[in-house]
Design a protein around this ligand. Structure first.
Ligand SMILES: Nc1ncnc2c1ncn2[C@@H]1O[C@H](COP(=O)(O)OP(=O)(O)OP(=O)(O)O)[C@@H](O)[C@H]1O
Ligand SMILES: [Mg+2]
Ligand SMILES: [Zn+2]
Length: 352
């Protein structure tokens, strides 16, 4: 066996946490400017990260969780790493690929790459199909045939290992199978991953940002108590109408027709009404409002007009919401959702 019993005999470094902390302390809450929302929520998120804790964002679909994680990764400074799968620092070669005399990249070690902040994120989509191989890694059968199954050159690192020196973003962490939640636990607890088949321990320097839907919607997929205990949870919700207007201004795509301020206001009002309607099983996301903003322009352009009208909005709203809402089975409108949506939209537009 190649590096049997190999243990990290170096201090576990926490550079990534430190970099993020310094950047947050330098820039304050403006670091999260891309996410439009409550300042108190931003403070909580940043406080957790400054303290070096693991962040769990709990919020409904389309509330900006991915945006927050990407924005934080983007704020990380560029970093010089070796061109190995473990992202070793040039002055700190620690992975099996770099340290093994027969290592895969041994001749390539001088190859140093500059990784920009936006690349410093690895994303895992939580799902029941996720395997230990996805997270930790696996022996590549072709390479194993060539080098032997216990040679480190045969090992293909998984996503947790590739997240070294990066943000590890786990979407819907509650859908990660329970036994793999334990693998995550080990990493959170000790900052170390065990590569079982090779008996290698490898230290992971990462910042974990996880997401989940609000617990009441999580269904059968639960987060283990032990994992819950190691994550600091921040709940994020839908934006207020004023915030959603800002989101439209910042992220609404210009298709070529003018949308008046009044019409924009009407859009966020319609979104709010539908979101808060008690007949809905799950509220609609900001994506619906953004889509409405783009569709309303399309309808104007198709009429050969450069100015969107209330009629365009009626059509746009129905498309944007019809595919996204589900009426609750208890609702008396359950059997005719389109008609019910039309009523809600018409009601809202009547006063316009
Ligand atoms: N508070 C917000 N501030 C700015 N943009 C937002 C906000 N909420 C949603 N958005 C916009 O809505 C879209 C969806 O956001 P994002 O993908 O980050 O949501 P999410 O919470 O990760 O959704 P999901 O649960 O479906 O993965 C993006 O275009 C994003 O810019
Ligand atoms: Mg997302
Ligand atoms: Zn390396």
């Amino acid at each position: 066996m190649f590096i049997s019993g190999y243990k990290p005999n170096y201090p576990v470094m926490k550079i990534t946490q430190e970099e993020l902390k310094n950047e947050i302390l330098r820039r304050g809450s403006s670091i999260l400017d891309a996410w439009i929302g409550d300042e108190r929520v931003k403070k909580k998120i940043l406080a957790i990260l400054v303290a070096g804790k693991n962040l769990l964002l709990e919020g409904p679909p389309g509330s900006g969780k991915t945006l927050i994680a990407q924005t934080l990764a983007l704020s990380l400074p560029p970093i010089k790493v070796v061109n190995c799968d473990f992202n070793c620092l040039p002055e700190h070669l620690i992975c099996p690929q770099c340290t093994s005399p027969k290592g895969l990249h041994h001749s390539d070690i001088t190859k140093i790459i500059k990784m920009p902040g936006e690349k410093r994120i690895v994303r895992i989509q939580g799902s029941p199909e996720l395997t230990a191989e996805d997270l930790v890694g696996d022996i590549d059968p072709v390479l194993a045939f060539k080098y032997g199954p216990f040679d480190t050159r045969s090992f293909k690192p998984g996503k947790i290992i590739r997240a070294n020196k990066k943000i590890l973003f786990i979407d819907e962490i509650n859908r990660v199978p329970e036994r793999l939640q334990n693998t995550l636990l080990q990493m959170l607890q000790e900052g170390v991953m065990t590569i079982g088949s090779l008996e290698i321990d490898f230290s992971i320097d990462t910042v974990l940002i996880a997401t989940m839907n609000p617990e009441e919607h999580a269904g059968v997929y639960r987060l283990s108590e032990a994992l819950k205990d190691r994550l600091e949870k921040v709940r994020i919700g839908y934006p207020s109408p004023e915030e959603e207007l800002r989101i439209l201004e910042l992220y609404g795509k210009q298709i070529g027709a003018v949308v008046s301020d009044d019409l924009e206001k009407k859009m966020v009002d319609i979104a709010k009404i539908i979101r808060e309607d008690k007949n809905m099983e799950q509220a609609v996301s900001v994506r619906a409002t953004l889509s409405m903003f783009e569709l309303v322009q399309s309808f104007a352009l198709l009429r050969g007009d450069k100015l969107a009208t209330k009629e365009d909005l009626r059509e746009a709203a129905l498309i944007a919401f019809r595919g996204r809402v589900t009426l609750s089975p208890d609702s008396s409108h359950y059997d005719h959702p389109t008609q019910y949506l039309r009523e809600l939209v018409d009601n809202e537009l009547e006063a316009y």
